[in-house]
Design a protein around this ligand. Structure first.
Ligand code: G3I
Length: 461
């Protein structure tokens, strides 16, 4: 056993201890994805926010994955919020965590139309000045982490769905040459990093990936230092494209590396066993695509736990897009990845946690002109204890939570999310937890009709 494997095993043990008491905790024999992938000559990575490097999230990230991508902390808006003034705090934290855990880092991302700092997005610059701003930024960031980045997403999401180049600030002012210039600046500052162009909805053959294919052909013909193409692979269950492998292979045949860079596979909530089984097949199929293409370097999931995923914020009513549930229990998808990577162990039934084992009572306790107070009781009707919980619901009439007690309640659009307080995190079988909040209403104050606990539908009383 290597020192790194020993560290991973000990981290896994810590995780197993952390989730003890859940219906189906990580099993002693659960596979280690990073080791399985390494045995196949690939890496298996995850995106992670700097704020999640500790606790169970950090332990699982270290134990299971051998590549990290900063979910937001290396984006231009994060590192240079004010022109010429850099904040590397979050990016450095992720770099240091990766180094401590023997993980590669995918740098994400240098030039992107989104998450630009306001001074750049809203500023007016002449073409020469904008080009200099861009290449200076690329140079500064790649130089800072010189020799420590495995792959850089130099240019992100440059394409429209029809395969034409997106009218970003850079393209509109500088034309296609901004892409070549960004790659040249990155190569000059960090010759060791593999330089990627990265995009979404390019997994299948079709107009968008054809546009990308033509561009990289042109870049190669011009001698631009591009090494790879990243396929984000944000999918919906049951929709892994049939042309995925052939598409990756045609890019590889241009003499480029390829990588699956932001894999998640979402579903309409709540989860069901059938949807989770489909998701398992899909994660397995995507992993197999990378295994089948020699120049596919590895797979990165865009978050590994349903507790931390961008999906529900952007696609209301959808989620559960990652391999672990909100309670950090492996889902069938996790075992699908492991099986693709050659694992043939016992998944212990693949029950991802309390399924149909919760009942919620919601009551408006008082109501006045525009406000109200409500109480919520969450009952564990299963046979196994729950040791942490996240309750979600959707407001039917535009209500909004203003303050809460005995839980932390946040709201995004009509979606409300309550996370346990430390004192009521554990709910024994047959037990319950209560919390309350004040909210605002207007027109009607209809009660929510459906709740999910750790991603699973509850009955309502
Ligand atoms: O940090 C602020 C916080 O201070 C503020 O209170 C809060 C209010 O909304 O916003 C916070 O910033 C959010 C940030 O994530 C950090 O949580 C932004 O609003 C939110 O827009 C941002 O979303 C990120 C998104 O990129 C931005 O486009 C997601 O976390 C991140 O997962 C997502 O990642 C992208 C890849 O970079 C590119 N490919 C698609 C992928 C998914 O959208």
């Amino acid at each position: 056993m290597t020192a790194r494997t020993a560290a991973a095993v000990s981290a896994l043990t810590a995780v197993a201890v952390a989730v003890v008491g859940l219906a189906s905790p990580a099993h002693a024999a659960d596979p280690v994805l990073r080791d399985l992938a390494a045995a196949k000559g690939k890496y298996y990575g995850t995106a992670i926010p700097a704020g999640r490097l500790t606790g169970t999230h950090g332990s699982v990230a270290a134990a299971q994955f051998d590549s990290l991508t900063a979910e937001n902390e290396m984006k231009w808006g994060s590192v240079e919020p004010t022109r010429g003034s850099f904040n590397w705090t979050g990016a450095d934290q992720i770099m240091n965590f990766a180094a401590a855990n023997g993980q590669k880092v995918r740098g994400h991302t240098l030039v992107w139309h989104s998450q630009m700092p306001n001074w750049l997005a809203n500023g007016s610059f002449g073409n020469d000045e904008l080009r200099t701003i861009m290449t200076d930024h690329v140079t500064t960031q790649t130089a800072r982490y010189k020799g420590r980045i495995d792959q850089w997403d130099v240019v992100n999401e440059a394409f429209n769905e029809d395969g034409t180049l997106r009218a970003s600030k850079f393209y509109t002012q500088l034309g296609e040459s901004y892409i070549a210039d960004a790659f040249r600046a990155a190569r000059a500052a960090d010759p060791a990093a593999k330089l990627y162009i990265n995009d979404y909805n390019t997994d299948a053959t079709g107009a968008k990936s054809n546009g990308l294919y033509s561009l990289v052909q042109r870049l190669k013909a011009q001698g631009v230092p591009i090494d790879g193409v990243g396929f984000q692979t944000h999918l919906i269950i049951g929709q892994v494209p049939s042309t995925f492998q052939a598409n990756l292979q045609r890019f590889a045949d241009l003499g480029l590396d390829v990588a699956i860079t932001e894999l998640d596979i979402r579903m309409t909530l709540p989860t069901t066993d059938a949807k989770l089984a489909q998701q398992k097949a899909d994660f397995k199929a995507v992993t197999n695509v990378c295994l089948a293409v020699a120049r596919c370097k590895g797979v990165t999931v865009w978050g590994f736990s349903d507790a931390v995923s961008w999906v529900p914020d952007v696609f209301p009513g959808q989620g559960a897009a990652t391999p672990y549930n909100e309670g950090y229990q492996p889902k069938p998808a996790y075992y699908g990845i492991a099986e693709a990577l050659g694992w043939s162990g016992d998944s212990g039934g693949e029950n991802p946690g309390p399924t149909g084992t919760c009942a919620v009572t919601y009551a408006v306790q008082s109501q006045w002109s525009s406000g109200f107070t409500a109480g919520v009781t969450v009952r564990n009707t299963g046979s196994a204890p729950i040791n942490s919980w996240t309750l979600k619901w959707s407001w039917p009439a535009g209500q909004s939570v203003t303050s809460a007690w005995n839980a932390t309640v946040t709201q995004s659009g009509t979606q409300a999310t309550a996370v346990n307080a430390s004192h009521n995190a554990a709910i024994p079988a047959g037990g319950s937890a209560t919390f309350g909040f004040n909210g605002t209403w207007n027109g009607s104050n209809t009660a929510p009709s459906a709740f999910t606990l750790n991603g699973t539908a509850c009955t309502t009383a």
